[in-house]
Design a protein around this ligand. Sequence first.
Ligand code: 8YV
Length: 320
Amino acid sequence: MMTKPKVIVTRRWPREVEARLADMFDVTLNEADRPYGQQELREALRQADAVLPTVTDKLGADILAAGMRTKILGNFGVGFNHIDIPAARSAGLVVTNTPAVLTDATADLAMTLLLMCARRAGEGERELRSGAWSGWRPTHLCGTQVTGKTIGIIGMGRIGQAMARRCHFGFGMDVVFFDSYPVANPGVPARQLATVEEVLAAADFVSLHCPGGGENHNLINQQRLACMKSTAILINTARGDVVDEEALVQALDKGLIKGAGLDVFKSEPVVPSTLTDRQDVVLLPHLGSATSETRIAMGMRVIDNLSAFFEGRTPPDMVT
Ligand code: 8YV
């Protein structure tokens, strides 16, 4: 009988997926579910044929050195900016991700943030729970109308398009977007604008759906925030590093924009008090893909990629 490939899973996954993994591979789980440190990641790469990381594993060039046993990183997630891809490539590593299966869950969460910000839902809930609600009155916690406004989408890939569908078909919004590539059929009536700045200037809500890292690092900076309408709301379910958090706080302070809904942060899980102290932001702990159905589908997709790799086929979601 062929020996099963040795697989290290860096975090706990849904029960069903762990069971399936255990049927197919020689699996080591991170029982404690604490994020691996750099030394533990190094050790995992030395010991296993496959390592299955998540966003909490920083796999930089220094630890992706040649000579490790690992041949494939089956990333649990669509975003992979925590992995140094050129270094992985030069080390001969195959990297895979989990596109498509988390599109709807992530777009749903972007919509949740948009609605919570527009309708001041977080503020209202905090007020009620604290016992400070003094009763209904015409001027109480009035937010911003969502229906019929303009959504600006930065990054019109799968998740950007899913967000556009929700905004257009669900809320009758006009859609404008920026993408580095021409998007011939975004799935809704939408205008692709030539620059990020044009989208920011036109939109009542701006939702970020581009990858993190590289040229998108601090994409939403002081100058670009100044392009937004003073009534506009920024939504980020992409990656924390796409937004310059200090510039965002300043823009909110100066009234350059009205609010922000953030699911991702620069130094997760640390969120600066300059954000947590404010009422005009909605802050969620990286919940984009956090539904049971989606997390199971993500895990199964990693398994599909691993099976293909170890059976000598091309994994369906190869990044390198
Ligand atoms: C995941 C995500 O929860 O897929 C992504 O890129 O941000 C989230 O859906 C996380 O990355 C898991 O690694």
